[in-house]
Design a protein around this ligand. Structure first.
Ligand code: AKG
Length: 295
């Protein structure tokens, strides 16, 4: 089977694109989870969240898209079929959605907070800002490390990518470059960027083949069911497969860390500051800084 990431066609099961592995068998053993995170740079946990909570959060997002006339209402609301010509939207920080009780009940559920307490071995917090994406037909996300967007606190902060509904391959699931957390030179250069301080574009590349040929690792993805989560560290490069369906691919990515460690204040509080300088004014293209670093 061929899937696309940006302009590239990749054969699933070929050299450039494989399958993520599940870590449900390690759930009772935090040391084993850490060893797996160390080895792979991610944990794929099936059924980590209750399906009802996922569906309730999905409904909140779709009701908003519907109120903004983004949905084709010839299909049921919960199908999330995009209206002809509707574009994807980044809905991160949109409090009318992300502060709704049904949304918060998912991303701050006892299941996910409990997982991180068990994994990190103490009281944890989650950033108040919630990233939320409605990836439209034809779109995908470019390859990046999260550290460039949220690196002002501890580096032991974890992203949890939660699909808001089933995400088969044609809806554009997340894809990780497995091994990228060990790319020393990329960590030392790109991984030290801060998009607000350095006025750089953010994504490392839109070409998955170029990154792999140059640095190694392997891109890996999966199909997802409502309730599954993908957890990874700040230096795991990721992007997404193109959404080639006629539906919005809805997902949220939220952050968790030990409450005792320093936090990136841009993402905390009733009205998080969020990105205050990124893409404002002159912005250096990532290709230019990569050429300078030779990565
Ligand atoms: O959902 C996506 O396409 C991108 C998500 C992402 O960048 C993240 O989880 O950090």
């Amino acid at each position: 089977m061929i899937v696309k990431m940006g302009q590239r066609e990749l054969e699933l099961g070929g050299k450039y694109l494989g399958w993520l592995r599940e870590s449900n068998d390690l759930l009772k053993d935090p040391a084993a989870l850490h060893a797996r995170m160390e080895e792979d740079g991610y944990l794929l946990i099936r059924g980590a969240q209750e399906v009802e909570r996922v569906q309730a959060a999905r409904r909140v997002v779709l009701e908003n898209l519907d109120a903004n006339e983004q949905l084709d209402r010839a299909s049921p609301l919960m199908e999330g079929v995009a209206k002809e010509g509707a574009r994807g939207q980044f809905l991160g920080g949109r409090k009318e959605i992300t502060r709704k009780p049904d949304f918060l009940a998912l991303v701050e559920s006892p299941q996910i907070m409990g997982f991180f307490e068990h994994f990190l071995g103490g009281p944890v917090l989650t950033y108040d800002y919630k990233w939320l994406r409605a990836i439209g037909p034809g779109s995908n996300s470019g390859a990046h490390y999260d550290i460039v967007y949220m690196g002002r606190g501890t580096q032991n902060v974890y992203t949890t990518w939660t699909p808001l509904g089933d995400v088969p391959l044609d809806m554009g699931p997340l894809v990780l470059l497995v091994g990228s957390h060990r790319f020393e030179r990329v960590r030392e250069t790109y991984g030290r960027m801060d998009v607000d301080r350095d006025h750089v574009t953010g994504s490392f590349s839109n070409d998955p083949v170029e990154v792999m040929d140059r640095h190694g690792g392997q891109w890996q993805t999966s199909t997802f069911k409502a309730g599954d989560v993908l957890i990874f560290g700040m230096f795991t490069m990721h992007g997404s497969v193109n959404n080639v369906s006629n539906r919005f691919r809805l997902s949220t990515d939220t952050r968790y860390q030990l409450a005792s460690e320093p936090v990136d204040e841009r993402w905390m509080g009733e009205d998080p500051i969020a990105h205050y300088a990124w893409t404002k004014g002159e912005t250096v293209p990532m290709e230019a800084v990569r050429a300078k670093w030779g990565v």
